[in-house]
Design a protein around this ligand. Structure first.
Ligand SMILES: [Zn+2]
Length: 326
């Protein structure tokens, strides 16, 4: 039995040498959560460090007509507008397994965004012939540009996959996948666990919520998060096997844990994804997995992190394709 209530599992996903610094976190009074003023102050301190239109939209649009663009709304933040864009491998074919690939739910986790994009560019055509493929490379474009975990309202999108979501990026994705409700077999969601989680984002979370910050350990290596309420160990094992050929898998710590959670198989932990409002609860798919790449390791580099995400997606898609054929 996994005692989630006592675990410090606030994952720490992300990458990046370009992270914002801790001075971007407004000081709140000890024990008091942020109010509107602190959240506004936090937003005003975030700076654009890269462009979603250049890095994501442009390469996605270049994939037409190999893939079909599926615009699913616009995110408005102040005077800024972000076109929300998914790609699919053609009209939905009833009877084929639905496959959802998401990246950039946490905008700072660069290899998730680039991994989804690279999968489309290099492997998706070949692998997706027997499935209905829907890829959303960057769920949170405002956060991508700021290299941030939270959205513009200082809300974590990956705790917001809830009814009446407080995150507009999330609500837009929920509306998109509702078009094919009940028809997804697989959802793989691409993340990172980074040093900035411990140095910046978990301290910011504690400040925002008026709680003390309790230090944790960032694991060195790739790991996966399965659904505690619907574990699918064979899928996770297939992904770990594929990724281990590309990069190293995180080892358990001296307590047999990764990021405060018991390791249930090599490189695999579990969260109750629906209770926590995580993205992999959005489709109700039988098979789900969350990747966690560690980009700050001395044993890896950005290109290898992208390759690890692509390997994970390919293994997951092949797994459900093989299952459908059996
Ligand atoms: Zn993440």
């Amino acid at each position: 039995m996994v005692g989630y209530a006592t675990l410090e599992c606030e994952p720490a996903c992300c990458l990046n040498p370009m992270h914002s610094d801790l001075s971007a976190t407004p000081v709140s009074r000890p024990g008091e959560p942020w109010g509107v003023a602190e959240r506004r102050a936090w937003r005003q301190r975030q700076r654009v460090q890269r462009r979603y239109a250049d890095d994501v939209l442009k390469p996605l649009l270049a994939l037409i007509p190999r893939f079909e663009a599926v615009p699913y709304g616009e995110l408005a933040v102040g005077i800024e507008r972000f076109e929300l864009l998914a790609m699919r491998n053609g009209p939905w074919c009833p009877g084929r397994p639905g496959v959802l690939v998401t990246g950039g739910v946490h905008g700072y986790e660069t290899s998730g965004v680039m991994g989804a994009l690279r999968f489309l560019q290099t492997q998706a055509e070949q692998l997706s012939a027997g499935v209905n493929l829907l890829v959303v490379p960057c769920v949170s474009p405002w956060s991508y540009e700021r290299v941030q975990r939270w959205n513009a309202d200082a809300v974590d999108p990956n705790r917001s996959f809830l009814p009446d979501s407080p995150a507009r990026e999330v609500a837009a994705l929920q509306r998109l996948v509702s078009l094919w409700a009940g028809q997804f077999t697989l959802h793989i969601d691409l993340h990172e666990t980074t040093d900035t989680d411990e140095s910046e984002f978990r301290p910011a979370l504690a400040a925002r919520d008026g709680k003390p910050f309790e230090p944790g350990l960032i694991p060195d290596g790739f790991y996966l998060v399965d659904d505690a309420e619907n574990p699918q160990p064979a899928l996770q094992a297939a992904i770990i096997d594929a990724v281990s050929r590309v990069t190293h898998i995180a080892e358990p710590d001296h307590k047999g844990q990764i990021i405060g959670c018991p390791v249930v198989a090599p490189g695999v932990i579990r969260y109750p994804v629906k209770d926590w409002g995580l993205c992999t609860s959005v489709t109700g798919a039988r098979y789900t997995s969350i990747t966690e790449v560690y980009p700050d390791s001395a044993r890896t580099n950005p290109e290898q992190c992208i390759a690890a995400q692509v390997a994970a997606v390919c293994a997951a898609v092949a797994f459900v394709s093989d299952s459908a054929r059996r």
